[in-house]
Design a protein around this ligand. Sequence first.
Ligand code: GFB
Length: 390
Amino acid sequence: MNLVYQLFLLTNLFGQISLIYIDPNGYLVYCPCMGRFGNQADHFLGALNFAKKLNRTLILPPWIEYRQGEPKSIQVPFDRYFKLEPISQFHQVITMQEFMERISNSVWPEDQRISFCYMERKSLRGSMKKDCHAKEGNPFGPFWDEFKIDFIGSEFFAPLHYDVWHTAGLIDKWHQKYPANKWPVLAFTGAPASFPVQKENIALQKYLVWTDEMQSKATNWIKLNLPKGAYLAIHLRNGIDWKRACEHINDSPKLFSAAQCVGYNNEKGVATPDMCEPSKQLIIKQIRQELKSYHSKHPTNGIKSIFVASDNDFMIKELNEAFKRLKISAFRTNEKDPHLDLMIMEKSNHFIGNCISSFSAFVIRSREVHGFPSAFWAFHTASTQIRDEL
Ligand code: GFB
């Protein structure tokens, strides 16, 4: 298509004329409807790669959050947390707000909005219509409602799928079945990506860069609250939802994000109950060991404090007691702010995360981008040695 057709004149509310760029290769949008931040971040990396391979602009969905007492999900603009420029270096993107405000009327008028799902999805409301029912339930409804999007129909894309890394010719099939001139926007009911993130997409983490505002929040917190010097960060995932999930670990050797340490084919081991839900005793033993090992590598810059991120039990008292003799204290934020916790963990000198948790996985991937070291609770050498010592 000629570039002339890609530029549209747009008159805004004040009568000013502006030029907007329309991607002739089309757009891709999806609802990050599964799980909380860690799950959504895994899905984002897969969706970014899928959009790149299809060469469609990725419409960046807001992050979906849940607040206590709120019956509906809350949609937080994508760029409230992350910069757009680094992602644009990899592939063209636009925020959902901007797309809906400036472009949707030109390429995706209300009478052409079709939702995509692999196959028919059962209605929660008892409807017998063969449909994606893309807006039924929370967060599905609130997500599309945020942008006043209603669908006039559904498209089942089976047998196509989105595993572009392992299926030759898949992209051509998508183009043949859904050419951009007939299907300018592919709107997926859920993320066109797998969970956990595929191995091939992990490297895309480097394009997820916190905004300057977010980063200063973390650096200021560290400056104001932690003793000067190196710190160890630990993630203690131990809320009631997690304890329940860990009960299934023996039957699911690759539960949630376990592949990050046991490998995608369990080539490095299997997930164990200790890795999912380490005991307090194990946590203290492993910290002691990691501190020792860190000190031997950095004799002049030993760990001065421990930063604890948790969704439930921070173990501050137990940690302070255990490391009193080493003059190392434990600290936490009081904000219940997952993103602040993530950034402080990312910036630490050493990190111990939960191999099964996608929240920990986000930290591990971000640290890998900078070459920062990390360990997992009860995994590998640590796990065998620690269990023997208990
Ligand atoms: O991020 P997420 O998918 O990770 O969900 P997992 C866990 C959520 O719990 C986070 C909160 O997004 C936070 O809102 N959370 C967990 C924390 N750890 C912390 C923390 O250290 N600090 C703060 N402030 N908040 C799994 C999901 O969660 O949990 C599964 O993958 C399933 O879908 C399972 O729901 C039970 O991977 O850890």
